[in-house]
Structure formats: C-alpha cells, structure tokens
Write a protein that binds this ligand. Structure first.
Ligand code: C2E
Ligand code: MG
Ligand code: MG
Ligand code: MG
Length: 284
C-alpha cells in the first residue's frame, strides 16, 4: 500500500518542473566554477549629476559570460547564489575587485557596489569592508553600498546597528530600487541613507503616465525634505531626463548617459584614466 501511495505521489511531479529544478542546480554549480575560472567580470555604469551632467561615480554590475549559454543576467544567477550560499564569496569578490579598480581612477570617482541580503546578514560585514578598504587603499568616502529594502532584517534594531557600523567606516549607503519594496516610508524614516535610487519602473513611465509622474514628484519632494539626494535609475530618453531635471532630481543613471561597460571601454572613452598605482596594491 505504501508503495502504491508513493507511486501516486510520483505521478504528481511534472516532468518539466523536474527539468527546471535540474537546470537550476546545474547553473548553480556552474556558477561556482565560473568564479574560479574567470568567467565573471564587472561592468561599470556611470552616475551623473542631472543639472551639470558631471560624473559622480560608477555602479559595479556583475557579469557572467557562460562558456555555452553566453551571457547570463544577474537577475537569473544572483538568486541562485543567494540560495546556495555562494553569494558570500561572489559578493566579496565584487567588492574587492571594484575597490581595487576604483582606487586608481583619475578623477577619483566613487564606486557603488550592490550588497545582497546574505552579505548583510553576515555579522562580519563591517570587518570585511574595513579589510577591503585597507587592502586596496580606497578611501572610504569613495565607496557607496547599494541595498534594497529586502536586504534589511525584520529586526530593525539589528539592521540599524549594522548600517551605523558601516557608516562609521566613512562608507555611504544608497537605498536601491526605491518604490518597489514594502514599507518604503518607514524604511526612510528609520535608516540613515545617503541616497535614494528611484526605481526604473517609475522613470520609464514618467512621460506617459500621470500617476508615475506624480509618484516621481512625491519621491523627489520627500528626498528634499529629508535632505537625501535622489538618483533616477533607468533613464533612456532625453525627454525623461529633461522632465526629471525640471522636477529637481539630483542624479541620473541609465542607457542615455551610459550603458554598463567593461572598465577598459570607459578608460578608452576618456571618462577615466588610470593613475599610477601604488605598489602595494593587490589586484584580485
Ligand atoms: P540594480 O542594482 O538596480 O542595477 C541596475 C540595473 O538596471 C542593471 O541591471 C542595469 O544594467 C540596468 N539598467 C541601467 N540603465 C538602464 C536603462 O536605461 N534601461 C534599462 N532597461 N535597464 C537599465 P543588471 O546589470 O542586469 O543587474 C540587475 C540587478 O542584479 C541589479 O539591479 C542588482 O540588484 C543585481 N546585481 C548586479 N550586480 C550585482 C552584484 O555584484 N551583487 C549583487 N548582490 N547584486 C547585483
Ligand atoms: Mg544597484
Ligand atoms: Mg536599482
Ligand atoms: Mg534592481
């Protein structure tokens, strides 16, 4: 009887589901190899002042060139890395790599690095950041960490302690994808963010949708009264940029201003040159 019950249960498995699970497992283990065999790279995307178009810094975005599948987007592999725990190693790799590059940028722009939930949950994160800054020689004021509301713990006190510890190092913190998570306003009230990154979903509709425009205007007003600069993500058209400028947005990021690109291309385009590198600098 037990046997036939088991067989009955087996019939509930959709073969396609099974395949999907297997494909995810394969991809997850291939990601481990990718980290070790140099398939991972970082692209950098410019962040500028809206008013003057001056460059403020670059966001580091992880890239995976899979030997057979080709480009795998982070939206696909970051969740896998979060599930299997590899995100801690990946996150440290990105942090070290990006800081080591940024230290030799001339002019000395900021570098923004995305932080995952598992990294934030790791109690040694402040120590790791301190270690990376010491190893690379990057001044703390030139590092910005981007996190989303979902990165923070349900335990607000603990999250606040963590953010304060990181900020005490002199590193700044940006709230990424603002407007897409839960309890955005409570998050803004409770935590000491240095920047709000307005999610691209509002920006993409700012010209066509009066609702999106009203929300953008409200977020910019909120930023003004809290004295936190707002960066608009995903700006693709001149119309969007003009509108955001009119509404008083502080910073901009998006394909219009520059696509994410390998550092080499940014150096070639003349936006950055590489200063003489200190001899103790470690290139991971
Ligand atoms: P994010 O941090 O919000 O990064 C911005 C995303 O918007 C990037 O997608 C960027 O390529 C894309 N983007 C920039 N400008 C435009 C535009 O004008 N139009 C459109 N349609 N998209 C634009 P990407 O590189 O695919 O990364 C997706 C997400 O993956 C990131 O969102 C971030 O949450 C995560 N991610 C990327 N790199 C890392 C990393 O090193 N660590 C962690 N933990 N997460 C990362
Ligand atoms: Mg980001
Ligand atoms: Mg974002
Ligand atoms: Mg995002």
């Amino acid at each position: 009887r037990a046997k036939s019950d088991m067989l009955k249960n087996v019939c509930f498995y959709e073969p396609s589901m099974d395949e999907a699970v297997r494909a995810r497992r394969t991809l997850a283990s291939e990601l481990r190899e990718a980290l070790e065999s140099g398939q991972l790279d970082i692209h950098y995307q410019v962040q500028t002042s809206v008013e003057t178009r001056e460059i403020r810094g670059y966001e580091a975005l992880l890239r995976w060139q899979h030997p057979r599948r080709g480009y795998v987007p982070p939206a696909e592999f970051i969740p896998l890395a979060e599930e299997n725990g590899l995100i801690l190693q990946l996150g440290e790799w990105v942090l070290r790599h990006a800081c080591a590059r940024a230290v030799s940028w001339d002019p000395p722009y900021k570098v923004a690095v995305n932080l995952s939930r598992a990294q934030f949950a790791h109690s040694d994160l402040p120590a790791l950041i301190q270690d990376v800054l010491a190893d690379t020689g990057l001044p703390p004021a030139r590092l910005e960490l981007e996190l989303t509301e979902s990165t923070l713990f349900a335990d607000r006190e603990r999250s606040l302690r963590m953010l304060r510890e990181i900020k005490a190092l002199g590193v700044s913190i940006a709230l990424d994808d603002f407007g897409t998570g839960y309890s955005s306003l409570e998050t803004l009230r409770a935590f000491p963010f240095d920047k709000i990154k307005l999610d691209c979903s509002f920006v993409s509709e700012v010209e066509s949708s009066p609702q999106a425009r009203a929300i953008v205007r409200a977020v910019l007003a909120l930023g003004k009264s809290l004295d936190i600069p707002v960066l608009a993500e995903g700006i693709e058209t001149q119309g969007q940029l003009s509108l955001l400028r009119k509404e008083g947005c502080d910073e901009a990021q998006g394909y219009l201003l520059g696509r994410p690109a390998p550092l080499g291309q940014i150096v070639d385009s003349g936006q950055i040159s590489l200063a003489a590198v200190a001899d103790k600098l470690v290139h991971p």
